[in-house]
Design a protein around this ligand. Structure first.
Ligand SMILES: Cc1cc2nc3c(=O)[nH]c(=O)nc-3n(C[C@H](O)[C@H](O)[C@H](O)COP(=O)(O)O)c2cc1C
Length: 256
């Protein structure tokens, strides 16, 4: 049973590939949140996995909300792992996530990260050039294959926290926690009112008004699915994103 969250497809692809590799099913956290489905029954020999992106060296808000409400019936210390995707660095994320799970009396047994193009383009453009993507995908695929073997053998290493990692997340994560304002999102005249953004928003906060999206809450998950996946490149954030490329993992299924 692999739970995943993904904005632009990296984590979805990883969850899907691992699920195939260990012959398990994968479950979208955003679908669960939309359906208010938080109770699951784990089989005796089943692994429990959590796959999601790194946000400001920490855990995305939707994953926190999901875990807080999660009930796992028949949980008897089945092997539990987390694979996160990131552009570069994840700081103290695993310790944050381990603590979150421990509040539900779930033990995190192993964790690792897979490097993918960084989809954060709001403040800086961290997206690597398209030429670099192919190399990154090949490297990531090889890494995921070795992770599948480690998960099957239940010996995924757990990267322990250090004071430096702790400090980095401590400094960066508040920017995510308090800064995910939606007021800076807007659409240009290129918007044709196709409603894709409304359909894919995992937080369900986009409402169409006058055939244009409006963001209904003060804060969002900031997964950037709306901005990256707009077919018209019509969704922008402040003035910075107009000239920047968009990104969707080309290998992910079209359902996030
Ligand atoms: C709001 C936000 C914050 C991010 N913060 C980090 C970060 O701290 N470190 C990092 O390496 N990548 C960071 N990224 C990049 C994503 O973690 C990375 O691109 C991830 O693979 C995206 O996964 P997805 O395609 O499943 O949404 C951030 C992306 C977003 C949207």
């Amino acid at each position: 049973m692999i739970f995943y969250f993904s904005g632009t497809g990296n984590s979805m692809y990883v969850a899907q590939k691992i699920a195939l590799g260990i012959e398990d099913n994968f479950i979208s956290i955003s679908d669960c949140v939309k359906k208010q489905a938080y109770t699951f029954t784990v089989k005796d020999n089943e692994c429990i996995g959590f796959v999601f992106p790194t946000y400001f060296l920490g855990v995305p808000s939707i994953v926190i909300d999901f875990i807080e409400k999660l009930t796992l019936n028949n949980y008897k210390n089945q092997y539990t792992f987390s694979i996160i995707t990131c552009g570069q660095d994840y700081g103290n994320l695993f310790t944050q996530f381990e603590k979150l799970l421990s509040l539900k009396e779930i033990t995190l047994n192993g964790a690792s990260n897979v490097i993918y193009p960084d989809n954060y383009i709001l403040m800086f453009n961290l997206l690597p050039s398209k030429e670099k993507h192919k190399k990154m995908f090949t490297k990531a695929d090889n890494h995921i294959n070795s992770l599948i073997n480690q998960i099957k053998n239940k010996n995924l290493p757990f990267v322990r926290s250090t004071a430096w990692k702790y400090l980095k997340t401590r400094l960066m994560y508040p920017m995510y926690k308090y800064g995910r304002k939606t007021k800076h999102f807007y659409t240009t005249d290129a918007c044709n009112g196709c409603k894709l953004c409304q359909k894919i928003c995992p937080a369900n906060i986009i409402v169409m008004a006058d055939h244009k999206p409006t963001w209904q809450k003060d804060r969002c998950i900031q997964c950037l699915a709306c901005l990256h996946r707009c077919p018209q490149k019509a969704i922008q954030h402040k003035k910075r994103t107009e000239k920047r490329d968009r990104y969707v993992n080309p290998n992910s299924m079209n359902r996030m």
